[in-house]
Design a protein around this ligand. Sequence first.
Ligand SMILES: Nc1ncnc2c1ncn2[C@@H]1O[C@H](COP(=O)(O)OP(=O)(O)OP(=O)(O)O)[C@@H](O)[C@H]1O
Ligand SMILES: [Mg+2]
Length: 385
Amino acid sequence: MMFNADLARQIAFEDVPRDEARYFEGRATEIENFKHSLSASTRRDQAVFRIYQGAPGCGKTSLAAHLAKTTEDAVFIKLSRRHLTHFASMMERIRNAASKQGGRYALTATHWAAASIERLAGRALTEEIQKAVRDHSTEGLRFVLHVDEAHSLPNNALEVLTELHIGGLGETDQIPCVVVLTGLAHTKRNLNAHPGLTRAGDGTTMNMTAMGPEECVQSTTRMLAELCPSDAPLASRQTLAHLTAECSFGWPRHLLSTQKAVCEALLEANGNLQALNHKQIRERCAELRAEYYEERLEDINPPGGDPDLTKHIVAQIAKAPPRHSYRDLEALCSSQAKAYWQSDEEFSGEGTRQELIENGIVERKDGVWALSIPSMAAWATQQLR
Ligand SMILES: Nc1ncnc2c1ncn2[C@@H]1O[C@H](COP(=O)(O)OP(=O)(O)OP(=O)(O)O)[C@@H](O)[C@H]1O
Ligand SMILES: [Mg+2]
């Protein structure tokens, strides 16, 4: 097999993020938990809620896309907030999305949703819909509804989720339904703040963290098997796969960067694994990690507006994590601002505190505010030297 330069270029220069990881690995607990939810959904009328939450880049969207791909015995529908303005608009989306799908239940789902839309609108079912519903028994039909970025849903979307939580998907004919919600680490807390959802996700929320090193190695090993000539020495592949695990710190988003860096290097070396300069790859990985951190911090406006001050704040959080009250985090932001601007003026840290939480830069861990992406700490500290 020759070096697959086309694939290497795709991986190295792809800028539109894919939903699913190209070389998905691990997440066994999350997948198992999801399978349980599918069985649980058949035993109750209400929708079963599953929340998968975690820091930026921990692999939430990829997990959901993987579940969508591998779930064959349910109709999997991705819903954005624009589909959740009303229950009826959600149903429209379900009908349209199901009608474009293949698989055993797609047609049944389409007809069932069409009938629900008519009923919701108080219209009598046409002969045609009645026949379609009769011809397609809903026996065995199940839905999975996935909502991404669920940490910041508007009120009308939360209302629709409340209806699912309390009453389920159907009216007279209940269809088993799992609602998969993915979002930043405060997803459950934000959902529970809505009056109808105070118990949503209780006991069924999973906090996603880093991948294991072996899973990272496995992911890159699969990539190299597709990219490299089959006579490339096994030892060189293994060393490279371990290098990507190490440079990613197990963080899925960094794993993606390290795999990109390897592909860039391979393209330069015409696919010759043994000619790769590992030191250069490491440096490129650090550069890509830094780019990612900088991007994550772009939406934070520290007092006075200087992005460098954000780095000071982040480094200080890493060095001395404040207690997990809003007040303590705000105090840290304002004291850092005071020191940074060398001013006696009092700065309010409230806005910055809010942005740090809303953007998933910090999260509550063991009674303190900690950086959500653990490897960000070392980078932030280096920035101050
Ligand atoms: N299980 C996995 N195996 C291999 N690679 C993964 C896995 N999960 C995620 N990745 C890689 O990490 C990248 C980032 O993951 P993803 O976009 O799913 O994170 P996210 O938690 O949704 O991030 P965000 O908070 O920014 O929405 C993916 O594009 C993929 O390349
Ligand atoms: Mg995502």
